[in-house]
Each structure stands twice: as C-alpha cells, then as structure tokens.
Design a protein around this ligand. Structure first.
Ligand code: HEM
Length: 463
C-alpha cells in the first residue's frame, strides 16, 4: 500500500512545519539543539559532574539509594544532600535510541499521562504533529524549553514557561497509537497490528467508563518532578491545537513499581510493596522475550516497539483500612511489612506455591493476587508493570478519598499477556472486593526515534 508522503515542508521532525499555536510568526517552532551543543539550556550545569542517568558516580546515585562515596574512589568528596538534589534535577535519559525511553528505563517518581483524539482527517497533519512532538521531546528531555531565542513582545511566548528554572529530572516521553487511529480516516487500516485489536470484554470490565478509556494517541510523561511532566504534556497539547484534543489524562503522584534490580520497591495505596516480581530492565532476556516486539511481528513498523495497557483502577482504601492484617496478607500472598511471600524468606525469595499449612490448605491462597498473576500459574507469561499511585481528591458524594492505581504495563502482545492475566484476576482475585477497573486503553508504542529527523512512528506512515 502506498502511504502519504511527508508534507510540503519535508519530513516532519526536520522542517517543523506545524506552527506552535499562539505564535503569530506563521513559522514552525524554533527548537534549539540539545544542550550538548553548548547553546542556551533550561538547565543549570553542575561543573565537572557527569549527570546523564546511568552516567558516573552522581548520576548513578540518583534513585538507586547509593550513599555518598564509591568504594573505588575512597578519597572522593562525600556528596551533600544539595549535590544529590542538583544531580537529580540535572539527570537526563537519552531520548534517541532503538527503543522508546519510559519503558525499561528507571521508573521515575511522577507521571502525567494523556490520551488524545485526532480531529483532522489529513494524515499529513498527523505526521507533522508526530514530528513536532519528537522535536519537542528531544528538547524537553535534555532540559530545554520550546525555544530560547528572542521573542517579540507582541508574540505569545513559544514555551509556556513553568519549567523554565527546572532541569530535566530524568524526563521521558513515550508515545503510542490507539486502535482507532487505524480506522478509515488516515488510510492506515492495513497497517493495524493484530496485537492492537480490541481486547473484548474481560471479567470485571462492566464498570469501565468510555470517557476515560481509549484514544487515538497517548503520551506518557515520567520524571522526578511533577511540574516537569505537566509542562511536557501541556506543551504537547498546545502544539496539537487544530489536529488533536486531549480526551482524558491522569496524574500519578508516586511510582508503584520498580523497573531496575537496584531500585527500591515502592508501596501501593494498600500499603504493600509493589513491583517485587516485576521484569527488571537488566534482565534483557526477559525484556526481549516479553516486552519488545521482534522481527517476527505482523507489522514491520512495530519492530523495536511495545504495547502499553493502561488501566485506571479505583481502590476502596477506606474499606481496605478496616480489613485485618491477616486478611490483607492472605489476599496478596505476601507479608505487608517486608513484602516476603507467606511461604517464608525475604522480599525476593521465590514463592513456594506448593507449600501447605498443617491443616493441609495451601499457604498461598488459591485466589491470592500473586498466585493468580504468577508466571508459574500462567504458562510462564510475564508483563512489565510501570504503574503509579493516583488520587483525584475525594468523591463528592461520599467524602471518601478517590484514589487508586494507574496501572501501566508493557508487553509484546496484550492478548496473550495482559488479557490472560486479567481474565483470571477479574474472575477470582481476592482483591476484587476492594478494586474496580474504571478506565482502559491499549496503545502500540512504536520503536524509538533514532536521531534528529526521525519521528514517532515514521515507518508506519512512510516505508
Ligand atoms: C489495584 C490493583 C493492583 C494492586 C494493588 C496490585 C498489587 C500487587 C502486589 C502488592 C503484588 C506483589 C508484589 C510484586 O511482585 O510486585 C503484585 C504482583 C503482581 N501483579 Fe498486581 N496489583 C494490581 C493489579 C494488577 C493487574 C491489573 C495485573 C495484571 C493483569 C497485575 C499483575 C501482577 C503480576 C504479574 C504480579 C507478579 C506476580 C508474581 O509473579 O509474583 N496486578 N501486584
């Protein structure tokens, strides 16, 4: 099939033919080169320190609980708390690469997630938007604003400004395409991957709300600062004016998973450690097997990509708080304090699903969450969880806290991974008394943007 060629200005992401709304100069956003070029940057630099995430001593300390001094540098000056805060602020995650960041990269503390609906049927405008977003993402993830050049007073500022004095805080921006983008509007129907077909009804889905489900496009913004993620989504939405509108969005205030073997396991709003038995980024056999799409895919444009399942799960935390500790631990199959399985050991001790109590009953309840979701009981299936705790304030009808888990999971195929697990959980999970899935969406996240001039999903449109 022949797909639309890039617009008159050339490839999206290179020419920036989509103007930033509010600018009256009629031209594209004037995006500065990445900070490494030596031109102006939003970031304040810490002299002499290597600050990319995964970089040298200070960068490595960020988020991994490393103390003050490396053993192989006994004479190094101890880091102060101020040093650590600056290093956290200045840390960056590379934007360009074979895979999109924000999947197997270290999970940050804060999230803003947004789903968009396209309001055009012009595929070239969609391409330009994806090119503009890629160019903006390259800047934001390096700690730069939309533009740093001079602005005439009669012009709207190109950047909204609220992140001006902040660093990148390890910002990642991950973009995905919903099944609805492959309808008749853009001539993409024959490029729809089988894995993106709707999941159908899963037990427990009866209370899903359409207004906080689905969408043509999604953007997951994660960083270690809430204003940085908000700024990114706000400016993406601004750049989308006339092409896409935000359908729904979600803020996450704390991570509820761990994606690195060295990352401490956080707690969800039920107070349990969450992310213990997750796929970790350093387990590349697992990420290759369960997360990244390989060249056996039905759609070559998805090779190096992954599928994102988002579920907004409301948690009845007030009822949960009245439940006994023993029952809470039975529901999960783990101890609340240490996260260790009820069959003994510490947090990372493998669970003994065959163990029985003196009365002959299984120690790990047949309907416990970890048994029903475990690879051992599901033919080895795994997913990479990367969710966030959320609160939307209080329910105005009851005064109760309106809170839960914004569940995000990455995988090669939601039908053979998420759906299989959630079908079992939705039927029998002992936790169901305390949770309700109220939002749901699946997105195909294309491979990474390789370099300036490439853009999100380019091979979907042009190949
Ligand atoms: C509010 C909803 C949920 C809460 C509070 C929750 C909490 C937890 C906790 C505390 C654990 C044990 C620690 C760990 O290994 O991470 C866990 C494990 C797990 N959960 Fe969830 N979870 C929720 C929803 C889901 C959903 C929707 C799925 C997928 C359909 C899922 C899949 C898993 C998997 C695969 C494991 C690891 C099981 C193992 O191998 O031991 N969870 N979850």
């Amino acid at each position: 099939m022949s797909h639309a060629e890039p617009g008159p200005a050339g490839e999206p992401g290179v020419a920036f033919a989509t103007p930033i709304p509010g600018q009256d100069n009629g031209s594209a956003p004037d995006l500065p080169p990445p900070a490494s070029s030596g031109r102006s940057s939003r970031r304040r630099f810490l002299a002499g320190a290597a600050l990319t995430a995964g970089g040298a001593a200070i960068g490595a300390a960020v988020g991994f609980g490393v103390g003050t001094r490396r053993d192989d540098q006994p004479n190094a000056v101890p880091l102060t708390l101020a040093d650590l805060e600056v290093s956290r602020e200045q840390a960056t995650v590379p934007f360009y690469g074979a895979n999109q960041a924000g999947v197997t990269t270290r999970q940050q503390d804060r999230l803003m997630f947004a789903a968009f609906d396209l309001i055009t049927d012009d595929v070239v405008k969609v391409q330009h938007l994806l090119g503009t977003w890629a160019a903006m993402a390259a800047q934001f993830t390096a700690g730069n604003p939309v533009r740093t050049g001079a602005v005439r007073p009669e012009q709207a500022p190109p950047d909204t400004g609220e992140a001006q004095d902040l660093g990148a805080y390890s910002l990642t921006l991950t973009v995905g395409f919903g099944a609805s983008m492959f309808d008749e509007r853009f001539g993409l129907a024959d490029r729809m991957p089988a894995a993106l077909q709707p999941l159908g009804t899963i037990p427990g889905d009866a209370v899903l709300r359409p207004e906080i489900s689905d969408g043509d496009l999604c953007v997951q913004a994660c960083a270690d600062d809430p204003q940085v993620v908000f700024h990114a989504i706000r400016n993406f939405a601004r750049a989308a004016s006339g092409v896409a509108v935000m359908r729904w969005s979600q803020l996450g205030f704390g991570r509820a998973s761990a994606t690195g073997a060295g990352q401490t396991t956080p707690r969800n709003l039920f107070g349990f450690k969450d992310g213990t038995n997750n796929i970790h980024a350093d387990a590349t056999e697992d990420t290759d097997r369960w997360v990244w799409v390989d060249d056996s895919a039905d759609q070559p444009w998805m090779v190096g990509g992954t599928y994102l399942v988002a579920r907004k799960i409301r948690m009845e935390i007030q009822s949960w708080d009245a439940d006994s500790l023993g029952d809470q631990e039975r529901i999960f199959g783990r101890l609340k304090d240490s996260g260790a399985p009820l069959t003994g050991g510490d947090e990372f001790t493998p669970v003994d699903f065959a163990a029985t109590a003196p009365d002959g009953q299984p120690v790990i309840d047949p309907n416990s969450h970890i048994r029903l979701a475990s690879p051992e009981e599901n033919g080895g299936i795994r997913i990479l969880r990367r969710g966030y705790n959320y609160t939307d304030g209080q329910d105005s009808r009851t005064g109760k806290l309106d809170a839960g888990l914004f569940f995000l999971a990455f995988q090669r195929d939601p039908h053979t991974q998420f759906k299989v697990l959630q079908t079992r959980l939705g039927r029998s999970d002992a936790m169901n008394e305390y949770v309700a899935h109220i939002g749901s969406a699946v997105f195909a996240c294309p491979p990474g943007v390789s370099a300036a001039g490439d853009w999100f999903g380019k091979a979907l449109f042009i190949s």
